[in-house]
Structure formats: structure tokens, C-alpha cells
Design a binder for this molecule. Structure first.
Ligand code: ZN
Length: 496
């Protein structure tokens, strides 16, 4: 069998496309098929077809997400269905992940932990009601790794709620209701392990341009362009030689008598994109199209150059909006109500990919912090407090090789920008992050997505052939950058 992945897509029956979304984000090599392939590792969702038993018996490795009582023809330890909010993914440093899902519970020792009695105090040495997220079943020469949690499907869920944005901070915002990045990290860890089990390294593409450890970029939701904030943002963008991406909303900006002049000044050293015409969500495709067109006509009437990039007002992204953006040639969209703290990715919906690249950002923002303090009758947060929060988030993200992508509003972040933004940029740079902007990073990701390579093996060595590669994209072996200027790379295989 060969050192790549396959994803089982049944002719009929449910298929979320979550594995496809993840493996495309990773840029590993994978095939999608209803048939058995020569891939070493095959991913399944709930259904384990007859051919799969023979595949595993002969040495294939299977990863089954969303297994239930009917998935296997052997006793897999099925116990019950359960509705749970959290799973513990500390085994891959992902901490607790909110999943809010119906699951199947299986008995047995494995990896990750979930409990049927969330927030119950543990008394004595007894820990009733705790089960594993991933279970391991050796089968013939191969292995079946399975989970009763619909992990791959969760990667594709819509839905947002008010909750803490990070375990590192006591800070809440309306963000994606499930922790897709954490679930994806756990699946990636297990997929890597599965490939090693098959005797091969895990080959993918590095997430950032060149050898950068991460990227730093900041975007502004331009709901209103109050002068002081905007002036200070322009000043710090010049001082730091960085570009903010301003997503501009028509409804909340059009009555500003100085708007045209402000946008001109902004666009000299920054980027402008769309934050919709109406500052609210549309549910239908047709209304979304109309809104996008209205915004474009307005920008054109102002004579301001703008990028085909989008941020949904109030974080209220939906599939119909995404489809409308794609049909209107938008390249990326950034929606914290849909995805946070992740690498960019092409979202799947019920097995289909019909929307532009999603660029997740962090949910932390000064706006929410200030408004919350006001509600609670507290003083405004200090610049030092805000800077420390950003530094903490930067450190946490770097521990996991994540991008450093933030957002706020001009009238809030603008108040602090001169005091803290240059220090944020310096801090991120000193830690090895490439200082960039949302558009450059989004477009880099599109180039990376277009890269192709092939893996083959001969005499115990794996050959990597780069067929089409952007010069800034680096090859990764087992999560480590492994690229040189050469187009061929040989990797010694231990188990050949
Ligand atoms: Zn807004």
C-alpha cells in the first residue's frame, strides 16, 4: 500500500466531507472514492463497508469517525447514545473541545476522554461514566481506529453562540459553537499516527510562507469610521509598515460626510474589502447576492479600489452567503461566528464545496471587552492589560503552530493602537512570525492549495516529487519543515 490517504464516500448515504476539508487544509495526498484503494490509511464516516474488513486484514489502517452500534460486524463495545457538550483532547495538546453533539459511547481504553456526567465532582478513586474518544481495534495485519463522536462531521458544522473564545482568557464573544480547530488537530494527530502505523511518515505542506513560524495580520471591521481611531490606525500602519485590512460596511458608513476622503487616506497604506451593505445577515442566496452587488456598486461609485474579500456583519456567516460570495468571485471570507483559531480552509457542507476560502481569526477583541466593562460598571481595560492579552494569545497560538490573526473595530482598537499595536507587531516578529496582511495570507493559501506533489517509494526510500509548487510553499514531514531547493527528497523508511 502507498503512503497516502483515502476517504470513503459511499454511493448513497450521509457524507459530510469533513475529512476532505481537513486533508485539503493539510495538503496531504488523498483520494475520495467508494471503492477500496491502494492508500495505506482510509477514513470512514459511520459506515464501514464489507471490503474494508479485507482491506484492514491485509494491513490497511482505518479511521472511522461517528461509529455507532451498526457500524461494525464485530463487538466494538457499543454502550449507548449520549448528548454531550465537551470532549477532552489533552492527548494532542488541544485541551477541552466544545462539540455539543449527539454521540455513540463505546467501552474500552483509547485516546481522548469524554464523560456522560459533565461537571460532576469526582469522588475517591472511582471515575464512573468516563470513556475514550478514540478506540483501537487490531484487526488482521491492520488496525481500526474508531470514534463514536462524529468528529469529521463536526468540522463542517455551522452555528455560533456566546462563550469563552479561549481557555487562556476569561473573555467571551459570539463565536463558532464548536471547536473545529481542536477537533481537526485531534484528527490530524490520529491520522499522523495511523500513517506511522502503516510504516510511512506523514507528508503535508507547511502552513506559512517560506520558513516563517507563523504569520501575523490584523483586520478592522469598519462599522463606522470615527476620525480619531482611523487617524491613529493609519499612523501606526505607516509606522510599522503593515497593512490593516478594513472591511467596510455601507449602512454604517454611508452617511459619514468625510467618508470618501477617509477611505482614500486609509487605502494609501492599507487594504479595503467588504463588510456587506446591510449590517446584518441575510438567510437566502438571492438576498446575499443583492447585498454584495449593492456594496460593490457603492464602492465603485466612491472610486475606491477594494479586494474581493469579505467579513460577515456580526459574524453571521451562512452557507447561502458563502455561495453568493463565491459566485461573485470573492476569494476569501473571515467569519468568527463560523470558524476561529485555525488555518484557512475550504469549508465543506454535506459533502459539497461551494464557498470561498474561510480565514478563521481569533475571537478576542477590544470592542467586546470595553462594552462588557461598561455593562458591569467597570473602568475601561488599560493598554497594558490589552497588550498582555494579545501577547498571551500569541504565545498560545505559537505553541500550536497557528496563525496570529486578529480583528477589532476602529473606534475601539483605534483608541489603543498607538500605545500597543507597534509592540504587538514587534512581539510577533521577535517570535518568528511573518508580519503580513489578510489578503496576502489568503492569496498565499490559494497558491498553496494549488500545489501538487507525488509520493512513491523504492528500495526503502520514499521519493517526493514536486509537480507544481509555489516557491514560498514548504514541504513538511511529520509536521516539520523539510524543504530544500531540490525537487526530490528521499526519506528512509524504517519498516521497509
Ligand atoms: Zn460589523
Amino acid at each position: 500500500m502507498n503512503p497516502y490517504f483515502a476517504i470513503y464516500k459511499p454511493e448513497r448515504g450521509s457524507y459530510s466531507g469533513g475529512f476532505e476539508q481537513l486533508l485539503r487544509q493539510e495538503k496531504t495526498i488523498y483520494k475520495v472514492s467508494a471503492e477500496r484503494s491502494d492508500a495505506s490509511v482510509t477514513c470512514f464516516e459511520g459506515i464501514f463497508p464489507q471490503w474494508a474488513y479485507e482491506y484492514v486484514r491485509q494491513g490497511g489502517i482505518a479511521l472511522v469517525s461517528g461509529a455507532d452500534s451498526r457500524t461494525f460486524d464485530f463487538d466494538a463495545g457499543y454502550l449507548c447514545k449520549a448528548g454531550i457538550e465537551w470532549i477532552d483532547l489533552s492527548f494532542c495538546d488541544a485541551g477541552r473541545a466544545r462539540i455539543s453533539s449527539g454521540i455513540s459511547v463505546f467501552a474500552g481504553q483509547g485516546k481522548g476522554e469524554l464523560t456522560l456526567h459533565e461537571f460532576r465532582t469526582i469522588k475517591g478513586k472511582h471515575r464512573p461514566g468516563f470513556y475514550s474518544v478514540f478506540l483501537y481495534k487490531p484487526y488482521g495485519k491492520g488496525l481500526i481506529i474508531y470514534s463514536g463522536v462524529p468528529l469529521s462531521e463536526i468540522l463542517t458544522y455551522e452555528g455560533s453562540t456566546l462563550r469563552n473564545t479561549s481557555e487562556a482568557l476569561d473573555f467571551d464573544e459570539r463565536i463558532s459553537s464548536v471547536d473545529k480547530q481542536k477537533v481537526g488537530r485531534a484528527l490530524k494527530t490520529v491520522l499522523m499516527e495511523a500513517m506511522h502505523e502503516a510504516g510511512y511518515p506523514y507528508v503535508s505542506l507547511w502552513y506559512f510562507p517560506d520558513d516563517a513560524r507563523s504569520v501575523f495580520a490584523y483586520s478592522i471591521d469598519g462599522d463606522g469610521l470615527l476620525s480619531q481611531g482611523v487617524d491613529d490606525l493609519i499612523e501606526v500602519s505607516q509606522k510599522t509598515d503593515t497593512k490593516f485590512l478594513f472591511y467596510i460596511n455601507k449602512q454604517l458608513c454611508e452617511d459619514d460626510p468625510d467618508l470618501k476622503e477617509k477611505l482614500r487616506r486609509i487605502s494609501k497604506t492599507n487594504l479595503i474589502a467588504s463588510h456587506a451593505a446591510l449590517h446584518n445577515a441575510h438567510d437566502s442566496y438571492e438576498d446575499s447576492i443583492r447585498d454584495i452587488e449593492e456594496h460593490e456598486e457603492w464602492m465603485n461609485s466612491l472610486g475606491i479600489p477594494f479586494e474581493k474579500s469579505f467579513a460577515s456583519p456580526r459574524g453571521m456567516y451562512c452557507q447561502n452567503l458563502g455561495r453568493a460570495l463565491k459566485d461573485k468571485d470573492f476569494r476569501h471570507t473571515r467569519d468568527f461566528g463560523y470558524a476561529i483559531d485555525d488555518y484557512p480552509y475550504y469549508p465543506m457542507n454535506d459533502g459539497k464545496q461551494e464557498v470561498p476560502l474561510q480565514i478563521p481569526c481569533d475571537g478576542f477583541n477590544v470592542c467586546r471587552w470595553m462594552l462588557r466593562n461598561e455593562e458591569l460598571g467597570l473602568d475601561k481595560p488599560s493598554g497594558e492589560q490589552i497588550l498582555n492579552a494579545y501577547k498571551l494569545l500569541i504565545d498560545k497560538k505559537l505553541e500550536q503552530d497557528l496563525p496570529l490573526l486578529f480583528f477589532c473595530h476602529p473606534q475601539y482598537f483605534g483608541l489603543y493602537a498607538k500605545e500597543i499595536y507597534p509592540q504587538m507587531v514587534d512581539y510577533a516578529r521577535s517570535k518568528g512570525a511573518l508580519i503580513t496582511d489578510y489578503i496576502s495570507f489568503g492569496d498565499f493559501w490559494i497558491e498553496r492549495d494549488g500545489c501538487e506533489y507525488d509520493l512513491s517509494f523504492e528500495n526503502g526510500k520514499m521519493q517526493v516529487e514536486l509537480l507544481n509548487k509555489d516557491p514560498r510553499v514548504r514541504l513538511c514531514v511529520d509536521g516539520k519543515i523539510c524543504d530544500t531547493e531540490t525537487v526530490h527528497l528521499s526519506i528512509d523508511l524504517q519498516d521497509e
